[in-house]
Design a protein around this ligand. Structure first.
Ligand code: AMP
Length: 152
């Protein structure tokens, strides 16, 4: 089974608890095993400065779900946790789950791009990836370490 990396981000409420709840929901179906979770870090919101600060990390998982089915599961969990919050419908989100890397696969479809298209620009994703595996390769972009070294 390929090692798959998921980006975890939360801006609202008890962010750490929400990220933990998302990982629990993912593991509950029995077809996803959470292998390791990085430390979580606070980052400034990109683009929307009215939002509270993000808490971000990444998780390494093993799963038999193929990439599109996995993306659908991530979106289900986002919806599930999003339903629990009050506040404006299109306001800051409780949880954001991104499919960052799926083994060494490269996918370019309208609904799914892997590696995640903004992965190589985001220090708050690259650093926790390097924390879990300092030699990790981003298909098409080189090692996480080299990509980080090339960021301004
Ligand atoms: P966002 O609201 O930023 O999480 O973006 C969600 C949208 O991005 C959905 O419509 C997905 O189909 C699309 N998408 C494309 N590639 C990915 C990916 N690797 N991980 C998560 N969402 C993706």
């Amino acid at each position: 089974m390929p090692l798959v990396y998921i980006g975890l981000g939360s801006t609202l409420g008890d962010r750490e608890q929400t990220i933990g709840a998302a990982l629990e929901l993912l593991a509950q179906g029995g077809d996803i095993e959470v292998a390791t979770v990085s430390s979580l870090r606070e980052t400034d919101p990109v683009g929307y400065e009215q939002q509270p600060r993000f808490l971000n990390g990444v998780a390494a998982i093993r799963t038999e779900l193929e990439p599109r089915a996995l993306l659908a599961r991530l979106q289900e969990v986002e919806l599930e946790l999003g339903r629990e919050r009050s506040g404006p419908r299109f306001g800051p989100r409780t949880i954001d789950l991104d499919l960052l890397l799926y083994g060494d696969e490269q996918i370019d479809e309208p609904e799914l791009v892997v590696p995640h298209p903004r992965l190589t620009e985001r220090r708050f994703v690259l650093e926790p990836l390097a924390e879990l595996d300092s030699g990790l390769e981003v298909p098409g972009a080189g090692s996480v370490r080299a990509v980080l070294a090339g960021l301004q």
